[in-house]
Design a protein around this ligand. Structure first.
Ligand code: TXA
Ligand code: MG
Length: 330
């Protein structure tokens, strides 16, 4: 299959490109498109065969359910059997935006979308192109548009390096704004299942009982969180409280063993064979971290040493991703 890449301006997307994507989706095809978090690989949420194609293109296990994207509140009621008051409150405040809600599933949605669960993940993206596409097509089931287990794509180039030849169309809206996936929130009980840009503190202003349920030791709450993820091919050691001397010593000792070492650095860095700097500000780090992991992987290093960042705000979400990419946390 030939993969076509169409460039769009994410703020003022070209009608022709969106219409082409919408028409493919309506015919049961799959399309990669930008969102404000990461690129998604979409299919009509009511078309079982199309959703099966998404799983196949990504090599995603069937027990890992998808997120359904909507362009309007009316579409929420097509995929959910009930929308509790707490959910409505969060929708009014954070939608459109990087917040996914776990809600009771409507019987109209094929079981493949939710991997047989009676709940369904829903979000309304704020990216203009993504939302326009949802308004034209209806609810779109879309996981991140990477090969299963690889870092999520934040550029069209990342999508094509994973899925070229496996999907017909990629809408190229440039680099995504946020760079890591949406916050996932369950409502009964009220808890964060996957951290993201929208933090527990922000959510507690509206729902004071919201629990931050994600930790390295706890059983994963979102089915997909149990897999090693975002993973470069190289070994990855995450250093939780990095200091210059410790990191430097570690790099040198691995190099002496003959390993080519890559460093994912926050700002000031030590000499390594290859260095990617993701930025000191947590928002910057979020935007750059998946691109840096992919870039380091292409440099053919045997080991990546990643400097950790403070786990506050979106920094906690970045650390969640790095932990799950890591083969060792130090
Ligand atoms: O920002 C995002 O959320 C991006 C963009 C494309 O919207 N999407 C994304 O999808 O990250 P994906 O498939 O890579 O991650 C979805 C996560 C998985 O960990 C999955 O297990 C979890 O959501 N999930 C889906 N349905 C669920 C449910 N009913 N209950 C709990 N977790 C669920
Ligand atoms: Mg994913």
């Amino acid at each position: 299959m030939r993969t076509v890449i169409l460039k769009i301006d994410p703020r003022r997307p070209d009608g022709h490109a969106i219409a082409k994507a919408a028409s493919l989706l309506r015919q049961g095809g799959v399309v990669a498109f930008p969102t404000e978090t990461v690129y998604g690989l979409g299919a009509d949420a009511f078309n079982e065969a199309a959703v099966r194609e998404v799983f196949a293109a990504k090599g995603r296990p069937a027990d890992d359910p998808l997120i359904v994207h909507v362009g309007s509140l009316r579409d929420v009621s097509k995929v959910c059997s009930d929308v509790p008051a707490a959910a409505k409150k969060l929708m009014r405040t954070f939608w459109p935006g990087p917040l996914t809600l776990v809600l009771p599933k409507s019987g109209n949605v094929p079981g493949i979308v939710t991997a047989g669960l009676q709940t369904i993940c829903v979000r309304m993206p704020s990216n203009v192109a993504a939302r326009k596409l949802c308004r034209m097509v209806g609810p779109i089931a879309a996981p991140s548009a990477n090969t299963f287990g690889r870092p999520s794509p934040t550029k069209a180039m990342h999508v094509s390096s994973d899925l070229n030849g496996r999907i017909p169309l990629i809408l190229d809206g440039g680099s995504t704004d946020i760079g890591i996936e949406s916050t996932i929130v369950g409502l009964s009980p009220q808890r964060i299942l996957r951290p993201g840009k929208i933090t527990a503190g922000q959510l507690r202003k509206y729902l004071p009982d919201m629990e931050f349920a994600v930790s390295a030791r706890r059983k994963p709450l979102a089915p997909g969180m149990k897999y090693r993820h975002y993973a470069p091919r190289a070994q990855l050691w995450l250093i939780r409280n990095p200091d210059h001397r410790k990191v430097s010593r570690m790099i040198k000792s691995q190099q002496r063993k003959g390993l080519k070492v890559g460093l994912l650095a926050v700002s000031r860095y030590c000499a390594a064979d290859k260095v990617a700097i993701i930025g000191k500000k947590p928002q910057q780090a979020a935007r750059n971290c998946f691109d840096a992991l992919r870039w380091l992987d292409k440099q053919d290093v045997g080991l990546i040493i990643a400097e950790g960042l403070p786990e506050t705000g979106i920094g906690a979400a970045v650390m969640n991703r790095l932990r799950r990419a890591a083969t060792k946390v130090i």
